[in-house]
Design a protein around this ligand. Sequence first.
Ligand SMILES: Nc1nc2c(ncn2[C@@H]2O[C@H](COP(=O)(O)OP(=O)(O)OP(=O)(O)O)[C@@H](O)[C@H]2O)c(=O)[nH]1
Ligand SMILES: [Mg+2]
Length: 443
Amino acid sequence: MRLCDQTIFAQSSGRPPSAIAIVRVSGPQTVVAVTALAGRLPPPRVATRLLLRDANGQPIDDALVLYFPGPASATGEDLAEFHVHGGRAVLASVFAALSAIENLRAAEPGEFTRRAFAHGKLDLTEAEGLDDLIHADTDRQRRQALRQLKGLLGDRARDWRAQIIEAQALIEAGIDFADEGDVPSDMIAPAVSRIRTLLAEIEGVLGAEGRSERLREGLVVAIAGPPNVGKSTLMNQLARRDVAIVSPQAGTTRDIIEVQLDLDGYPVTVIDTAGIRKTEDPVEQEGVRRARARAAEADLVLWLNDCDEASREASGVPVWLIRNKIDLIQGNPRAVNSGKGERNFAISASRGDGLAELMSALVQHAQDYFGTTEGGLITRVRQRKLLEDAAASLQRAIGAVSEGEELAAEDLRSAAHALGRLLGQVDVEDVLEVIFGTFCIGK
Ligand SMILES: Nc1nc2c(ncn2[C@@H]2O[C@H](COP(=O)(O)OP(=O)(O)OP(=O)(O)O)[C@@H](O)[C@H]2O)c(=O)[nH]1
Ligand SMILES: [Mg+2]
């Protein structure tokens, strides 16, 4: 049985209990399912209040039912929505009634979107944008995802691909003529100049900041340092709530604690780690190991030290040195910049001194890190990789023209192929699992 022969259902709204929950059904059995539960099919696209009943005729809930006949639906198939009260028992009864119908089954994560993609409702870059929009935590992420969902990258890629195929046709026509001993350079020259223009455009998009992917992932800031210096206290201050246990005992934190912050629209993950020291306690040793590993992977390390210490461990990422507990010293010391790209701060995490300066430095750092992402079209490594492949093939095609049109045509074919993969038009099966697998169920 082919994938789309089956009818799928899932709750598409948030976690119960909630005031209202939406259950979506998509596939050829949709009309059967709606009629079975609601007694009749409402008119297309008109919200209709109907009593849902189970197979024994027992009432389940008073619902709003919507029916969207395919192909003019979100998935391109017959699709229905049941808006029911969002209680767990209500939902369980609706699911039980739907499961009882032949050829109906619960949807896999992302399956609705996957069907929309299969029916040409959106291309792969738009599907990625949709996934990002659902997972957007900050305003900047939301705007970027919306651009992607509007198909800005997809539209460009489609246009480039069409032009490459045209250029390929021109060159292949040249090859045919060449058989007759008449190499029409006036056919090749316009093709080459078109390829050069295309290449410049793709390189422009590749070069545009190159930081939009970062906006999706967020900036990771690790708080690290020796035990008992006030790392967890600083973490709680940054998070503005008690996420980590603070105690005068050295070696309090062992697990890695993460909080997501929205810094001026930028997504920032702050992690609090175990104090780094030599220890005999195997649990603490593991905490120290994890702390080191996470600090090494972070985009920025805030290295905390008691005010009377100045040592820190070397690491490959930018490190800001922070002297904590300045409230304990007479005549609060001021931060001194070493001028080696390292920044120095003096704070009192418990009293709040210097935290405003640290916060605004973090916002500034986030701004520099993410750059101006407004113009960036690429949001994923997958997209960047395929555009780079296309650019490299075009580059090769330009070089190959003088050596033989067949070679150039082959390079153009692989450039068009890379863009086809970007859009999800060719060789899609391997990427589909990866992309749609990250979606939530009901999407
Ligand atoms: N006077 C003063 N005490 C502080 C300050 N910041 C933290 N403390 C105290 O220092 C002790 C340790 O604080 P924590 O935040 O648990 O330190 P930590 O670095 O997370 O410690 P571990 O998790 O054990 O590595 C606690 O008693 C805090 O109240 C500060 O700025 N001034
Ligand atoms: Mg701690």
